[in-house]
Design a protein around this ligand. Sequence first.
Ligand SMILES: [Fe+2]
Ligand SMILES: [Fe+2]
Length: 140
Amino acid sequence: MNDAILIDALNRMLSQEHACTIRYATHAAMVTGPYAEAVATRLREISADEVLHAEKLRGRILALGGTPTMAVRAEDLKPAATLADILSINIDEEIDAIKSYTEILNTVPPANVILFQTMQEIIRDEQEHLEELEALRISG
Ligand SMILES: [Fe+2]
Ligand SMILES: [Fe+2]
């Protein structure tokens, strides 16, 4: 992957992270039911993680000579009204994010240590999000 293609791929993930931040924050506000408070707290924490992912992506895009996008990927803004829908939507979104970041990771030379490790760090976080959401679905 040359730098221009890599910058485009990272900007696509940045627009997705923007949407994830909004989606998790909105779902946190909407969640109801017996576990609402605990689930809302965790969704807000995940929203904050997605803010940090966006920050890391901006740094890597700038390092490659690109311009970080302010776009929000509309297709990732998925409303939900029930806990079941919230968990289902976000589990699908995390699976999609892990797949996309892994595709990028597989094109980054390991010698580009900062970008390689940044992709690994973000994938690790998304895998944690996925495991936690799946655990909530089982217990909920
Ligand atoms: Fe993320
Ligand atoms: Fe995530």
